[in-house]
Design a protein around this ligand. Sequence first.
Ligand code: ZN
Length: 159
Amino acid sequence: MDHIWSPWRYQYVSAIAQQPGCVFCRMLAEDDDEKNFIVHRGKLNFVVLNIFPYTSGHLMVVPYEHQGELGGLDQAAGSEMLELARRCERAITQEYRPDGFNVGFNLGKCAGAGVAEHLHLHVVPRWCGDANFVSVIGETRNLPEALETTFSRLRKHLH
Ligand SMILES: [Zn+2]
């Protein structure tokens, strides 16, 4: 696969990104964490469900600071980001027992970032065979679980 994270949800995320302002900054300002599926607010970062998950349990760790470049992120925020990614890994493991994870950044649109102007670290649980499944069904996917269910399952570990 050329893009690990997001080619099939790019159009949807693009549509959201076309609303005025940054989607991450907007959900932070809205202060309605259940509606926005924000599972945790840390000191310098928050953790949110990807609303078009690659697999069930797909989380993102997002710095509060509107910053598109990893090099522009301050050290404390970067450290907390990794710590929260570790907590996400633990929470997902406890709830979903995946076979593995992809953890990483898409920096820039050409690398597959749906929201290029605001950094976000993907934590994606993987199961053996899930990529084969995707290649068979192309760009559509039936998620086995509603986002509300994922939200409550993961929030109890992260809140
Ligand atoms: Zn932003």
